[in-house]
Ligand binder design. Structure first.
Ligand SMILES: *Cc1c(COP(=O)(O)O)cnc(C)c1O
Length: 250
C-alpha cells in the first residue's frame, strides 16, 4: 500500500509528542524543571520533509552543519511556507562562521556556546546586526559531560563561571540554559545515564549560585534513543532526528 511521506512524518511527530508527555508525567515531582519541548533535528534531510513536519504543527527545528542551515533557512519555499519556523543551531560553531549563522532568517537559538571567545563573538555579531525589533539572541552553553576529547563543550566544572561571565557581560545574548550531547549508547541496565546526571548537577549549581528557580534554566538533553529517560531526569528540550525523519546514511 502506498503511503505518503508527509503523513508518516506527521504520525512520527505525534508519536514522539506522546512519548514526551508520558515521560514528563513520569518525572518525579521533586524535579521542578519546566515542561519539555521538541526540536526536530532535520540534518541531512530534504526541505520537503521539513515543510511536512511544519505543516504537521512542528515549529522548532535543529541543524548542526552551518552549510546546511545556511541553505535551508534561506530556502524560498521554507521562507514562504514556514513563516514561523524556529531554527536551533546545534552543531559546533567556529569563530569564522558566526556571521553566517547569526544573520539567518528565523534563527531562534544557538545551543552550542562553549567558551568566552565564541560567546563574545556571537554577542558582537548580534549587536551589529540590523534587524527590526531585535531581541537578545537565545543561547545555551554546551557542556562536555562525557569528557570525550572528540566532543565539544566546556567542562562541567567550568560551566558556572562561563554562565556568570555571559550573564554579566554579554547583553546581546539571552542565556537560557545548558546542553549536552554525551556519550552514545549508554547501557541503561547499568543505571541512569551519567551524562544526564552530570548535566543536572551543573543545572543545580547554576540555579543555586544565581538564585534561579529550576524552571528558569533550560536543559537540552536527549535524542531519539534516550529522550524519554532524559525527560524523566529533568530535560526541557529534546533534540530528536531519526525517530521523526528516519535513519540517516551519514
Ligand atoms: C543528530 C543530532 C541529534 C539527533 O539525533 P537522533 O539520534 O537522530 O535523534 C541531536 N543532537 C545533536 C547535537 C545532533 O547532532
Amino acid at each position: 500500500m502506498l503511503r505518503s511521506k508527509m503523513c508518516e512524518i506527521g504520525v512520527e511527530i505525534q508519536n514522539v509528542l506522546k512519548r514526551i508527555d508520558v515521560a514528563y508525567g513520569a518525572r518525579s515531582k521533586d524535579i521542578k524543571t519546566s515542561k519539555p519541548y521538541l526540536v526536530a533535528v532535520s540534518k541531512t534531510k530534504p526541505v520537503n520533509m521539513i515543510i511536512e513536519a511544519y505543516e504537521a504543527g512542528q515549529r522548532h527545528f535543529g541543524e548542526n552543519y552551518v552549510k546546511e542551515l545556511v541553505v535551508k533557512a534561506q530556502d524560498p519555499e521554507i521562507l514562504q511556507k514556514c513563516p514561523d519556523i524556529k531554527w536551533h543551531f546545534i552543531g559546533h560553531l567556529q569563530n569564522n562562521k558566526i556571521n553566517k549563522v547569526v544573520k539567518l532568517p528565523n534563527l531562534h537559538m544557538i545551543q552550542t556556546i562553549d567558551d568566552e571567545k565564541i560567546a563574545t563573538g556571537v554577542n558582537a555579531a548580534w549587536e551589529k546586526l540590523d534587524i527590526p525589533n531585535k531581541q537578545p539572541l537565545r543561547v545555551l552553553i554546551q557542556i562536555n559531560t562525557s569528557g570525550e576529547e572528540a566532543k565539544n563543550g566546556i567542562q562541567p566544572n567550568e560551566a558556572s563561571s562561563l554562565f556568570k561571565y555571559i550573564k554579566e557581560n554579554l547583553k546581546n545574548l539571552q542565556l537560557e540554559g545548558i546542553m549536552t550531547i554525551g556519550a552514545f549508547g549508554h547501557d541503561y541496565t547499568t543505571g541512569p545515564n551519567p551524562d544526564f546526571i552530570s548535566l543536572m548537577k551543573v543545572h543545580n549549581q547554576i540555579c543555586i549560585e544565581n538564585e534561579f528557580r529550576p524552571e528558569e534554566v533550560q536543559i537540552s538533553m536527549g535524542i531519539s534513543n534516550d529522550f524519554d529517560k532524559a525527560i524523566e531526569m529533568g530535560s526541557t528540550i529534546v533534540r530528536v532526528g531519526s525517530s521523526i525523519f528516519g535513519s540517516r546514511v551519514n
